[in-house]
Structures are given as C-alpha cells and as structure tokens.
Design a protein around this ligand. Structure first.
Ligand code: THU
Length: 149
C-alpha cells in the first residue's frame, strides 16, 4: 500500500495513461472526448472514458467510469486522478471534472489530500486537491449509521 503521506507519485505516468486511452472515448453526440486515469491507494491505476448514449442522459463521464472501474475491482481509496479531453479528441485546454464527478470522488477519498490533475500534456497540467474544487463538501461521514467508510 502507498503511504498516505506520500503523494510523490509519477504524475506524468498517470497523465500518459489517460492520454493513451482517450481513443476509447465513445462520444458521437457531443464530439467531446474525455479520458481519466485514477491512482488508488493500492498503487494500481484504472482507466475510464466518457460513454455517451442515443438516450442522452444515459451517458456517463470518464471520471466516474474510471472510479467505478476501480471500485468494481475491489479498490477503496483514491489517491489522484488525471483527466484529459477536448472536442474531436484534440487536447487544447485543461479539462475540469463536472460537479457530479467531484461528488463521486468525495465518496472515496480524503478531500484534503486527493489530487486532481487537469492536463494538456504530461508536463503541462493544473493540479488541485479535491477540497479546492468541492469546498464544504458533503461526504459519507455526514450520514450517520450507514456502512459507508
Ligand atoms: N464529460 C466528462 O466525461 N467528464 C467531465 O467531467 C465533463 C464532461 C463528458 C460528458 C459528455 O460525454 C461530454 O463530456 C460532453 O459533456
């Protein structure tokens, strides 16, 4: 397991994983391709892309697909997530996570430590902790008597 204090992971490698998977995005309706790679506290990385649908609301974001992928494989806690995306699959700007994805991240991390990397390339990225992107957040600890961790 990675040390909780250690956030000196290879940011470039996490971003590169997201970039490498961008081709898998299924975005025929918006034309906006997004890819995410999430690093879990096991040290493993899981990928996800946005997957749209002819019934538009049935589509889902890349970040949630990556996180649900990890949780489905038995992972528990997020260390960091890298996000890339752009119209027609061309990465021209930083791609911030939507509000729903920020809330899903909140469920599986320490928001004062989890890192969100919004990348244009492996060397050009913006970095924020989740607390900065989702201040005063509502999390599992606020719901007493549940089995949430
Ligand atoms: N999208 C993501 O995958 N992640 C975000 O955080 C923002 C939006 C996707 C959803 C939709 O398929 C497309 O980008 C346009 O909104």
């Amino acid at each position: 397991m990675m040390e909780k204090e250690k956030l000196d992971f290879d940011r470039g490698a996490l971003i590169q994983t997201a970039i490498d998977n961008l081709d898998h995005s299924y975005a025929p309706y918006s034309g906006f391709y997004v890819s995410a790679a999430v690093l879990m506290d096991s040290g493993r990385i899981y990928t996800g892309v946005n997957v749209e649908n002819a019934s538009y609301p049935a589509g889902i974001c890349a970040e949630r697909n990556a996180i649900f992928h990890a949780i489905s494989c038995g992972e528990k806690r997020i260390v960091a997530i890298a996000i890339v995306g752009g119209a027609n699959g061309e990465i021209r700007d930083y791609c911030p996570p939507c509000g729903i994805c920020r809330q899903v991240m909140r469920e599986f991390c320490d928001p004062s430590r989890m890192l969100v990397l919004m990348a244009k390339s492996v060397t050009d990225y913006k970095e924020a902790i989740l607390d900065e992107l989702l201040p005063d957040s509502f999390g599992p600890d606020m719901v007493p008597g549940t089995l949430a961790h």
